[in-house]
Design a protein around this ligand. Structure first.
Ligand SMILES: [Zn+2]
Length: 377
């Protein structure tokens, strides 16, 4: 999902390399110098970037090669890969040939302002979820009943293609598949997603849930309640899908193995016993073991007593829900400047895994077109 675009801008400008920074590609154009902005905001010469897009050598802050101090003939273009012109904001133009929305800006500060709007919109998603999550529930009943009443069932085929295998797709279902595809990298979907089942209703107004597929238990089925995708519930749906994705990320068969609760020395999730280096195992050791009693604690009491310890009320349910909620907040919130509270430490927990930082960038990048549509409304 990491996008590195090579764009030929003709004889004058030469070749410009564009690297992801929250779905915003910034490049400054000078005759000879090519700079690349890293996802952490620092700028390094193209020559210092290896083929994986990683920085090979750091450039000291204040280096004369910073673009802000470059020659006056530089220009900036912020662009975002999209599916069509409807994903562009009114301030942007659409380039049909390259399928990007773009806007030109004269100064780094002007570009930063646009990026700040995207950041703010992502955080607004999370703020909405704070309210929504007070009522957030996941389904805890008979999946077979739900399946009989499903609106549409998709098989998730190679390349994250959603193929209708029964029922009839509604326009709103396409919205859900679009978001899920944006959140879940293709390789992850190929490996772990079996089916997406969209139902019209769930008991207790539950939003969604995931479970291992009956006949291919190494893959997962995701059940989503379309009724929770109300007119004003689109943002909540995005958070819900990231939450469900996080369950598969932390409970798949690379993370745990078959064992009885009595045999399990790490943490027994219900699906199995976690490997000691599993994400949820580390999360449990650090944030739950010896602190909260999973068996007896009442989630509402836990949250009421220590609201700073959880990113949402629902996160206090148990370690599995805590890591799913915390992962969604990790994707949508800014990295905390200080990890003082337990909730902040839970976000920092994910930042300490390079592959999860990369995943975060890719999800934020993929969500940016949806988010940006809402910035200027
Ligand atoms: Zn959950």
């Amino acid at each position: 999902m990491k996008k590195i675009l090579l764009v030929a801008l003709g004889v004058v400008f030469g070749v410009v390399l564009v690297v992801v920074a929250l779905g915003v590609y910034r490049f400054d154009v000078t005759d000879d110098d090519i700079f690349v902005e890293q996802s952490d905001g620092s700028v390094v010469p193209y020559a210092d970037i290896n083929s994986d897009g990683q920085r090979a050598a750091a450039i000291a802050p204040g280096s004369t090669q910073q673009p802000a101090q470059a020659a006056q003939d530089e220009g900036y273009v912020i662009e975002t890969e999209v599916e069509g012109p409807e994903d562009c904001t009114p301030v942007e133009q659409y380039d049909a040939a390259r399928k990007v929305c773009f806007v030109e800006c004269d100064t780094p500060a002007a570009c930063d302002a646009v990026e700040a709007q995207i950041d703010a919109a992502l955080e607004a998603l999370d703020a909405d979820y704070q309210t929504f999550s007070k009522d957030f529930t996941e389904f805890d009943g008979d999946a077979a009943d739900l399946e009989r009443d499903a609106e549409v069932i998709y098989a998730v085929r190679e390349g994250e293609q959603f193929v209708v295998v029964s029922g009839k797709e509604q326009p709103r279902d396409a919205t859900i598949t679009k978001w899920l595809a944006a959140i879940s990298p293709d390789a992850f979907a190929d490996r772990f997603l079996n089916r997406l089942i969209i139902v019209r209703t769930m008991a207790d107004d539950a939003a969604a849930f995931v479970m291992p597929s009956a006949n291919t238990p190494q893959k997962w089925d995701m059940y989503v309640n379309a009724a929770s995708l109300r007119e004003d519930g689109e943002k909540e749906m995005v958070f819900t899908l990231i939450h469900e994705f996080a369950h598969i990320l932390t409970l798949n068969n690379t993370q745990l193995y078959d064992a009885s609760p009595a045999e399990c020395k790490t943490y027994f999730t219900g699906e199995g016993c976690l490997h000691s280096n599993a994400y949820l195992s580390a999360f449990y050791q650090r944030f739950w073991k010896g602190r909260f009693d999973v068996e007896t604690a009442d989630p509402e009491d836990l949250y009421a007593q220590q609201p700073d310890a959880f990113v949402t009320p629902y996160a206090a349910s148990n370690p599995g829900e805590d890591i799913a909620e915390s992962f969604a907040a990790f994707v949508l919130r800014k990295q905390p400047a200080h990890a003082n509270t337990l909730a902040e430490q839970k976000l920092q927990f994910f930042f300490d895994y390079p592959e999860l930082r990369e995943l975060r960038t890719s999800i934020r990048s993929a969500l940016a077109p949806f988010v940006r549509k809402r910035i200027v409304r």
